[in-house]
Write a protein that binds this ligand. Structure first.
Ligand SMILES: O=C1O[C@H](COP(=O)(O)O)[C@@H](O)[C@H](O)[C@H]1O
Length: 228
């Protein structure tokens, strides 16, 4: 059964980003007080830049926090398309070397081999504590794209999915099981088109989109939505 779905609605992406950064910082503070470390997954793409910048301004013992991307494009680390490149540019504690980062880059030039290396690294880590996901207008989350369900629902789950979206560089994505295993999950999106994708979930029936995994998560979901 799906857990509680909470909508937090804002006029601007800047407002939504500030509010989400505050919510994540509060949760990080509690986690660090209780377990001394925390694992935070953050999205790539264009939407999270303000959120990452705002989160980095919070006064926290960042050396106890490890970040990882929800997904990565299989490109060079300094490529303009790299999610890690964007995250490092926006999130000050990383640029300053205060927080740790699990990179999806530099695991060789063969994507399947790189996925195997990452799976092994993930297997050594605890479950993700906090997940901030993004979503594309087509309903993809991380790099789990509509139509590729056979690849990302593989059994047994290895934690990493290799995605080959048509016309785009291949990607490495956290698997549905990894994403849904997070202790707390949130989704940061803006615009009425993405809002419509979310609102239409109950009508999708037998043809769900990847984002429906989050919407139906037993642990619930906090949606941070901005009108523009
Ligand atoms: O390709 C990706 O797309 C989604 C959404 O990106 P946005 O630019 O529309 O915000 C993102 O969440 C994912 O991490 C990224 O690799």
């Amino acid at each position: 059964m799906a857990g509680p779905l909470a909508w937090h609605r804002f006029a601007t992406l800047a407002d939504a980003s500030e509010a989400l950064a505050e919510a994540v910082a509060i949760r990080l503070k509690d986690l660090l007080a209780g377990q001394g470390r925390a694992l935070l997954a953050v999205p790539g793409g264009t939407t999270p830049a303000g959120f990452l910048a705002a989160l980095g301004q919070h006064d926290l013992p960042w050396e106890q926090v490890t970040l990882l991307p929800t997904d990565e494009r299989f490109v060079a680390a300094d490529d303009a398309a790299s999610n890690e490149r964007m995250i490092r540019a926006q999130f000050a504690p990383l640029a300053e070397g205060r927080a740790s980062f699990l990179s999806f880059h530099e695991h060789g030039s063969d994507i399947e081999a790189a996925a195997a290396v990452l799976c092994a690294k993930l297997a050594e880590l605890p479950q993700i504590d906090l997940l901030v996901s993004g979503m594309g207008a087509d309903g993809h989350i991380a790099s789990l794209f509509p139509g590729a369900e056979a690849a990302f629902n593989a059994v047994p789950d290895s934690g990493i999915v290799v995605a080959r979206p048509p016309g785009l560089p291949p990607r490495l994505s956290l698997s549905p099981a990894r994403l849904l295993g997070a202790g707390w999950a949130s989704l940061l999106v803006s615009g009425t088109a993405k809002e419509a994708v979310l609102k239409a979930a109950p009508e999708r029936g037998q043809q769900p989109l990847p984002v429906d995994l989050l919407l139906g998560s037993a642990r619930g979901l906090d949606v941070y939505w901005a009108k523009e």
